[in-house]
Design a protein around this ligand. Structure first.
Ligand code: RRO
Length: 314
C-alpha cells in the first residue's frame, strides 16, 4: 500500500521527535508527515551523556550514540490519537532493543506494530538499522529482515516502511537484502540511517566527542550526502529492474534544497531531514520546500514527480 505525502518532506526519525511536545511542533510545521523517534517495547533512558555532538568540526555533520531514548510504545499509543488532530500522516518508527522481559526482537516488532496500528498510526517505519546497540543491526541479516517482515506484514494493514543502513561496499549483502524486500508488501524503504562506527576527537580536550561505545557512533549530515545518494540510487534501480512498487525515501546529508533535488534525481520520492532539523528545528521544512519549488520552477519542472530517478549517465 502506498503512502503519499505533500509536501514530500518529513523529519527523519531521531532528533526532536521523542516527546509529545516535540511531535506537536513537527505536526504544526510545513512537514508532510510526522515521524516519531523509534519506539521500543520498554521505555528507555538511552546511553550516558555526552551522547550527541550536534556540530562536528568543519560543519560536516553530527555524531550520536543516543541509545534509543524513548517513552516506550504504550505512551506513543496514547499520544497518536491526539497528534492525528493536526491532519498529517503519523508515521510511527519502531525498533527492538534488549529489555528485562526478554521478548525476542521479532515479537517486540509484532506486538508494537499491532498496538500502534490500533492507536491510529497512518504508517509504520520499521527501524532495522540502529547503529548504537550492542547487537549487529537486523538489517545486516537477510534472515532477520525476513523474520521481522513476515511477522509484521501478516498482522498489519497500514503501509510499512523499512529504515535501512548504508550497505556501502557490500554488494552481495545489498542484493540479498533488496531481494528479501521484494517478497513483502512494503510501501517504502528509508535510506540511510546514520553511517555507523564513526569517531571524532575534540582537540581542545583531546577526548572523544561522545562517551558511549568507546566514542563510536553514527554520523549524519553533509558528510554522508554522497553515501545516501548512492544507496538511494542503487535501491531505486534495483526496484525498477524488478518492477517492485517500493518507494525509496532519501535520508542523509540534506542541508540545502539542492541536496534534496539530488536525492529526487537519484530516485527518492520523499526526503527526510535529520541533522539539519537537529540544528535548526521545525522551520527547516518550509525553507527547504520553498527552495525545492523554486529550483523546479527555474528548471522548467512543475512537480517533484518529474525528476524522480531522472539522473543522467555521463
Ligand atoms: O537512538 C539512537 O542511538 C539512534 C538510532 Br535508534 C538510529 O536509528 N540511528 C541513530 O543514528 N541513532
Amino acid at each position: 500500500m502506498e503512502i503519499k505525502l505533500y509536501p514530500p518532506i518529513t523529519n527523519a526519525s531521531g532528533p526532536h521527535c521523542v516527546t509529545y511536545e516535540e511531535l506537536e511542533r513537527i505536526a504544526r510545521s510545513a512537514a508532510g508527515a510526522v515521524v516519531t523517534k523509534s519506539m521500543t517495547h520498554c521505555p528507555r533512558q538511552g546511553n550516558p551523556e555526552p551522547r550527541l555532538r550536534a556540530h562536528l568540526d568543519g560543519g560536516i555533520g553530527s555524531l550520536n550514540s543516543m541509545g534509543l531514548p524513548n517513552l516506550g510504545y504504550q505512551e506513543y499509543a496514547k499520544l497518536i490519537p491526539k497528534l492525528k488532530g493536526f491532519g498529517k500522516p503519523i508515521i510511527a518508527s519502531i525498533a527492538s532493543a534488549p529489555c528485562a522481559h526478554g521478548l525476542p526482537p521479532v515479537e517486540q516488532y509484532r506486538e508494537i506494530a499491532v498496538t500502534i496500528e490500533r492507536a491510529g498510526a497512518d504508517a509504520l517505519e520499521l527501524n532495522l538499522s540502529c547503529p548504537n546497540l550492542e547487537d549487529v543491526p537486523i538489517a545486516m541479516d537477510p534472515q532477520g529482515v525476513r523474520a521481522v517482515l513476515q511477522a509484521v506484514t501478516r498482522e498489519v494493514k497500514i503501509p510499512i516502511g523499512v529504515k535501512l543502513p548504508p550497505y556501502n561496499n557490500t554488494p552481495k549483502l545489498f542484493e540479498e537484502i533488496a531481494r528479501t524486500l521484494l517478497d513483502f508488501e512494503i510501501s517504502y524503504i528509508a535510506t540511510i540511517n546514520s553511517e555507523p562506527l564513526t569517531l571524532d576527537i575534540d582537540l581542545a580536550t583531546r577526548t572523544k566527542v561522545i562517551r558511549p561505545n568507546e566514542g563510536f557512533g553514527g554520523l549524519g549530515g553533509p558528510a554522508v550526502l554522497p553515501i545516501a545518494l548512492a544507496e538511494v540510487h542503487r535501491f531505486y534501480k534495483f526496484f525498477q529492474k524488478h518492477r517492485a512498487k517500493i518507494a525509496v525515501w532519501g535520508v542523509g546529508g540534506i542541508t540545502r534544497p539542492e541536496d534534496a533535488i539530488k536525492h529526487f534525481l537519484a530516485g527518492a520520492s520523499v526526503v527526510q531531514i535529520g541533522t539539519l532539523f537537529l540544528w535548526e528545528g521545525p522551520t527547516v521544512f518550509e525553507k527547504l520546500w520553498a527552495g525545492i519549488e523554486q529550483w523546479l520552477a527555474e528548471n522548467g519542472f512543475s512537480s517533484v514527480e518529474e525528476i524522480i530517478g531522472a539522473v543522467r549517465e555521463i
